[in-house]
Design a protein around this ligand. Structure first.
Ligand SMILES: Cc1ncc(COP(=O)(O)O)c(C=O)c1O
Length: 303
């Protein structure tokens, strides 16, 4: 039976139940993470676990919780224990902190944060051919959140209907992913990924201001530096994407995936995407324990 780590204990999934009258369900007051565990020669290992859990605690701070029932060390052990209990060699890990036991007055101080962690198998987020062929995206008709409306630095559940609106629209239009512009009309990010473009050998990506600071994005900064590729954070317009030599998106679920077409315009020369390919290879080696950076980035789950 699948196990969920639920407020401090591993319980069978059918015991990890919520009251319908849980404010988080009604108002989206919850913070979550998306983390991956990979098969390595040293057994299953979690990629950049500490950075993900730090971001989870930062998201909780942005929501306004002043005290949480569990700290980073307990959550680290809890993630490892949940993966061990699953018996899976590779999986996706989903910790969630949500507002329970009150909060109908719309104040986090009126309720309590509860915490749970689930794991599941999750492969090929953008489809089976995405890695080899890249995917097709459009610029969404939906605007990314203004950072002063809902906080873009935090993975808050209530932010995600914005992504759901955009992604549903794109899929219904026949695309694979949506590129979202910020309130100023500049490129922000995708529904669950950050975005990079390659122009004349340099990597460009939107600045931190109005986006989620992706942990995959941060890994790309390091891996690009290793490859001697300059990375510049700068405002990017929609037409800069059209004129790029390569465009790719990156995130924990999607990993590193090229965009072969944006708004019906083919990206690049059609002669492959060498920078994207090199970063994909480096990333896949890093997550599987086969890269000089792996030792610092992987946490084996063994007890
Ligand atoms: C909106 C958004 N941007 C970017 C990312 C990529 O972040 P990460 O690389 O930490 O998974 C995600 C995924 O968590 C996301 O939801």
């Amino acid at each position: 039976m699948e196990k969920i780590w639920f407020n401090g204990k591993l319980v069978p999934r059918n015991e990890a139940r919520l009251d319908f009258l849980t404010p988080a369900l009604h108002y989206g007051v919850a913070a979550f993470e998306g983390i991956r565990c990979y098969r390595t020669s040293r057994g299953p290992a979690i990629f950049r676990l500490r950075e993900h859990l730090e971001r989870l605690l930062h998201s909780a701070r942005v929501i306004g919780w002043r005290e949480l029932p569990f700290g980073i060390e307990e959550l680290t052990e809890a993630c490892k224990a949940t993966v061990r209990a699953s018996g899976l060699a590779e999986c996706y890990i989903r910790p969630l902190i949500w507002l329970a036991e009150g909060g109908w007055n719309l104040s986090v101080d009126a309720g309590k944060p509860h915490v749970a962690i689930a794991v599941w198998e999750w492969k090929g987020y953008l489809g089976p051919s995405a890695l080899e062929q890249g995917v097709r995206a459009n610029v969404s008709s939906f605007t990314r959140h203004h950072p002063n409306a809902t906080m873009t630095k935090a993975k808050i559940s209530g932010n995600y209907p914005n992504s759901v609106l955009a992604k549903t629209e794109s899929l219904r239009l026949g695309f694979d992913e949506a590129i979202m512009l910020d309130a100023q009309g500049l490129v922000a990010e995708c529904t669950g990924e950050n975005i990079f473009l390659v122009r004349r050998g340099r990597l460009l990506t939107p600045p931190d201001g109005a986006i989620l600071e992706g942990i995959t994005r941060d890994s790309i900064f390091e891996l690009a530096a290793d490859l001697g590729t300059e990375v510049v954070q700068q405002p990017i317009s929609r037409d800069q994407l059209y004129l790029a030599d390569e465009v790719f998106v990156c995130g924990t679920a999607a990993e590193v995936i090229g965009l072969r077409e944006i708004d019906f315009r083919v990206i690049g020369s059609g002669r492959g995407a060498p920078v994207t390919r090199a970063l994909q290879d480096a990333y896949h080696a890093a997550v599987r324990g086969e890269h000089p950076r792996s030792a610092a980035w992987l946490t084996p789950i063994a007890a």
